[in-house]
Design a binder for this molecule. Structure first.
Ligand SMILES: Cc1ncc(COP(=O)(O)O)c(C=O)c1O
Length: 418
């Protein structure tokens, strides 16, 4: 098979492909595998019941059923859903949005493919621009999205050590200024993999830097602000006409519906829609049909506040307690859990790499993600990159507890063997 440059890059190995392969194949190899690797949301009965009722109502009505299955959506996404979303957001934040500030995509992952390649890569004058990640580590799924090489650049974080084996990454603004030839800044907030939530002040400063360079600030809000609000700290949702905010219905409990939402200035939305139409033709109808009424009624806030946020907060606190109990006085650090569905563990001075730790844990029936995959765009060696793992706490609680015990045992063994 003779592949093009595109084919070679996209059909080859990549971090995200390895992760998704692991997820699907691990269960076949070992039915008892403990899944702490993937990004699946937790199963929350109260939330599932809402979607089930809505789906039943749609199926019982022939006209709605036909709209769900039998028609292509407008390229930008269902106008009614976009109006519902715009009014919902305006009621909350007074952002002055209209339906034309919103486009729907088949999951936010595919929206990032289009958006990132719109702003970075080879420019019309032959120069190159990168997507700059002001705070590495960042979401593994960005890593291989660029059509060209050297697509990302990143700034190494500042590390604040906190009490009780906790730490927190901060944007290192003194080094961020050094980034050259960038087409956009991008952060996930809350951050996958760390559970960090960039502070309002950090967002204000990033916004000012993006404006001063005449590039957009892309904010990936898959876990949070304003919904599904898996945020355990005070943080204000951020949007303005230089921000591209990407949201998703996935972590609300609908990853199977593949619905992403892009909120931006009208000219950016038009450009995005044109490109997305070439790639996708139209987006799926299921997500908008299930979630639209929740935005109309405002129930999305109630669900997020009363069910989703407390569930993940409880889970994260419990999992941290289990790690404290099991890791004892080993030299470990946990990123302060401020949101999202993961813990980020840093084993300082670990004698083996996180990749080796991942392999050993997989042998023992626990799937995590080794940390080096998340340092997208960061150049130069930094031992820290090989000392971290990402652990999801969204699956069955008892399985998570067993997983924590096995992780701690394997880490202790690695330190002992020196
Ligand atoms: C930070 C972040 N952004 C985007 C995505 C993609 O989500 P989806 O394509 O399901 O909307 C994920 C999925 O895990 C994520 O963690």
């Amino acid at each position: 098979m003779k592949l093009s440059a595109f084919g070679s890059k996209f059909a080859g190995e990549s971090g995200i492909v390895e992760l998704m392969d692991d997820l699907s194949s691990a269960l076949l190899q070992n039915p008892d595998m403990i899944f702490m690797g993937g990004g699946n949301p937790g199963q929350l009965p109260a939330v599932e019941a809402v979607f089930q009722r809505q789906l039943q109502a749609i199926l019982a009505d022939p006209a709605q059923r036909h709209s769900l299955f039998g028609v292509y959506q407008a390229p930008q996404g269902d106008p009614q859903f976009r109006r519902q979303l715009a009014s919902f957001l305006n009621r909350q934040f007074d952002w002055g949005l209209g339906a034309d500030n919103i486009a729907i995509s088949n999951g936010s992952q595919s929206a990032f493919f289009v958006l990132y390649n719109m702003f970075a890569g080879v420019m019309p004058d032959g120069s190159r621009r990168s997507i700059h990640l002001p705070l590495a580590p960042e979401y593994i799924g960005y890593g291989d999205i660029g059509l060209g090489a050297d697509f990302f650049s990143a700034t190494r974080p500042g590390i604040e050590r906190l009490d009780e084996h906790l730490f927190k990454y901060h944007v290192d603004f003194s080094h961020l200024q050094e980034a050259q030839a960038i087409g956009a800044l991008c952060v996930s907030r809350p951050t996958n993999p760390t559970g960090n939530v960039l502070t309002d002040e950090e967002m204000t400063r990033l916004d000012a830097i993006a404006r001063s360079r005449d590039i957009p600030l892309i904010v990936d809000g898959a876990y949070g602000l304003p919904f599904p609000n898996i945020v355990f700290t005070e943080a204000t949702p951020h949007w303005n006409d230089n921000t591209i905010l990407s949201l998703s219905l996935s972590k609300l409990g609908l990853p199977g519906a593949r619905t992403g939402i892009v909120i931006a200035r009208e000219d950016i939305i038009r450009a995005f829609t044109n490109a997305n139409t070439i790639v996708s033709l139209a987006c799926g109808n299921l997500g908008p049909a299930l979630a639209g009424p929740l935005f109309d009624s405002g129930d999305i806030l109630r669900l997020s506040r009363d069910h989703i946020e407390p569930w993940y907060r409880e889970r994260s606190q419990q999992t941290v307690r289990w790690f404290h109990e099991q890791l004892g006085d080993l030299p470990y650090h946990i990123h302060k859990p401020e949101g999202a569905i993961f813990l980020w563990l840093w084993f300082e001075g670990l004698p083996i790499t996180s990749q080796e730790l991942y392999q050993r844990l997989k042998q023992r029936g626990v799937l995590v993600v080794p940390g080096h995959n998340f340092f997208v765009g960061l150049h130069g060696e930094w031992r820290h990159q090989h000392e971290c793992i990402r652990v999801s706490y969204a699956s069955d609680g008892e399985a998570v507890r067993r997983g924590v015990t096995i992780i701690a045992d394997e880490v202790a063994r690695a330190y002992r063997a020196g």
